[in-house]
Design a protein around this ligand. Structure first.
Ligand code: ATR
Length: 279
């Protein structure tokens, strides 16, 4: 097949499972809004041949990939060069084909979370006490951008304490961060509790000691679903002023990926409203 510059540029999201991903709908809306001529599909990655799944897409002319569970670490390995934030996260959610054929890896998850909290919800993160639950890929992706907002403290609390301590020690040069097990959170209070654990996949919530959510505090689940997530329900039950899910973060990280690929930043508000069924 002959390719020329008039052909539509192809992008996709790769993951496993992938059929429920909302990314194609989000990027189609961005393309309509900005007039960018792109196609955006889904790729079901093969966990046994991860690299081959990526290479096949680019060999067939693809220009960029979004990467979701469970391939973000694999994408980090495959990238020929990486942004600083992807390096800290050791995870890549956006692959960009460069003009010289090399792949650049970036991670827009953290900036997506911060934009959703600040721009969409109007929450000031500076000088806040923030608790980040979990020390896996999801938490690694957002920890650095959160610290860059200048919180009073960022505590990473994890079921396996050693993983939280390790992540925190890697972030120490960037700000006031500390890692601990969940038991060690007893007696502490936070203005914002963010859930980056996978407990929600079993409709569970990590065992968080009572009193951890300060009066007037907010909760944020990086997961989302058609129904309120287990952690959103936990937040409401524990008096959160706002108990948010990760739909806004999903759209914001997509907008930053779109910007990296196309150099145009779409407006996210109308797309979030559509996905929430409120337009
Ligand atoms: P991901 O890359 O999607 O974040 P991961 O690396 O497997 O996935 O990390 C999952 C995170 O959720 C971990 O912090 C995990 O805690 P452990 O490090 O102790 O395994 C956490 N997690 C998963 N299920 C949990 C549960 N039921 N309760 C509390 N934490 C849970």
């Amino acid at each position: 097949c002959i390719r020329d510059s008039t052909m539509t540029d192809r992008y996709a999201v790769i993951g496993n499972p992938i059929e429920h991903s909302k990314s194609p709908q989000i990027h189609a809306a961005f393309a309509r809004q900005t007039g960018e001529d792109i196609e955006y599909g889904r790729v079901l990655g093969d966990p046994k041949q991860v690299e081959a799944s990526f290479r096949r897409f680019f060999a067939a002319g693809g220009k960029g990939l979004n990467v979701t569970v469970p391939f973000k670490e694999a994408a980090w390995r495959i990238a020929d060069e990486r942004s600083a934030r992807a390096e800290t996260a050791r995870a890549v959610n956006t692959l960009i084909l460069l003009d010289d054929g090399r792949l650049r890896g970036d991670n827009t998850d953290g900036v997506g979370l911060v934009r959703d909290l600040k721009d969409n919800q109007g929450l000031v993160l500076a000088a806040k006490r923030i608790l980040l639950l979990g020390a896996g890929g999801a938490s690694r992706g957002v920890a650095r951008p959160l610290l860059e907002e200048g919180p009073e403290t960022l505590v990473i609390g994890n079921r396996t304490a050693s993983k939280a301590v390790e992540l925190a020690s890697a972030l120490k040069p960037l700000g006031p961060v500390q890692g601990c097990g969940l038991d060690a959170l007893a007696g502490r209070a936070f203005d914002l509790i963010i859930n980056g654990t996978a407990a929600g996949l079993q409709d569970e919530v990590p065992p968080i000691p009572d009193g951890c959510l300060a009066p007037g505090g907010w909760t944020y689940d990086m997961m989302y679903g058609d129904q309120p997530t287990a952690f959103c329900r936990w937040g409401k039950a524990h008096g959160a002023v706002q108990a948010l899910d990760g739909l806004g973060m999903l759209v914001e990280q997509a907008a930053d990926s779109f910007f990296l690929w196309r150099g145009v930043r779409p407006r996210t508000g109308p797309v979030i409203a559509t996905l929430r069924g409120r337009d």
